[in-house]
Design a protein around this ligand. Structure first.
Ligand SMILES: [Cu+2]
Length: 208
């Protein structure tokens, strides 16, 4: 019955074609995924970039589009000469990372240098330049001999942030997608090869 066999083959071929198309789409999706899935982004900050403050801020607040990982963050505030005037790991609270500033920042051009672990495990970093133009609180002014000795800055800067932890974390997490990609790619190729063999066999049976 050549007619029935022909129909069976046509149906099998159509189905095989649909499966191959699906697998190719899946493979493509997996390979393209890393480009589409971007790291988290800083969407807001306090101080804001370019902001001129007339009062020393009591904290640096960074807001991201996704909650960063609670490890590996580091925030440093430097003055125009690059000297560190504030530093800490910062505290992750939801999508925000906060660094309280217990000591008032010095006036002048300042820069926040931040680094956090993106929710996908990759470290992300950036800088926020701002200016503090605070008229009051000038401990260096010679006018006031009543200045208390408390004005001398204590060398109690925060301990350096644990950056190496983030590095280790990052490579571990970053390893996964590559594995997945390779695994899915190999599986897809295997499936395609299997289907080709299947179709070829059907074709041969059909001719006999
Ligand atoms: Cu990433």
């Amino acid at each position: 019955m050549p007619t029935m066999a022909g129909m069976t083959f046509a149906a099998a071929f159509r189905r095989a074609r649909a499966v191959v198309a699906g697998l190719l789409l899946l493979t493509l999706a997996v390979l393209v995924a890393p480009a589409a899935q971007a790291h988290d982004m800083l969407i807001d900050s306090r101080p804001a970039a370019g902001e001129v403050l007339s009062e020393a801020p009591d904290a640096v607040v960074l807001t991201f589009n996704n909650p960063p990982l609670a490890v590996g963050s580091a925030i440093t505030v430097v003055d125009a000469s690059g000297a560190t005037v504030a530093q800490g790991e910062g505290t992750v609270e939801g999508a925000e990372v906060l660094l309280p500033l217990s000591e008032p920042l010095p006036s002048g051009d300042l820069e926040v240098r931040w680094r956090v672990a993106s929710s996908d495990g990759h470290p992300i970093e950036g800088t926020i330049a701002f200016t503090l133009d605070a008229p009051a609180a000038q401990p260096t002014a010679s006018a006031a001999p009543t200045a208390e000795p408390a004005a001398t800055p204590e060398p109690t800067t925060a301990e350096p942030a644990a950056a190496p932890t983030a590095e280790a974390e990052e490579t571990g997490l970053a390893g996964l997608p590559t594995w997945l990609k390779v695994a899915v790619g190999v599986a897809a190729l295997g499936a395609v090869a299997g289907l080709v063999v299947l179709v070829a066999r059907r074709l041969r049976e059909d001719r006999l």
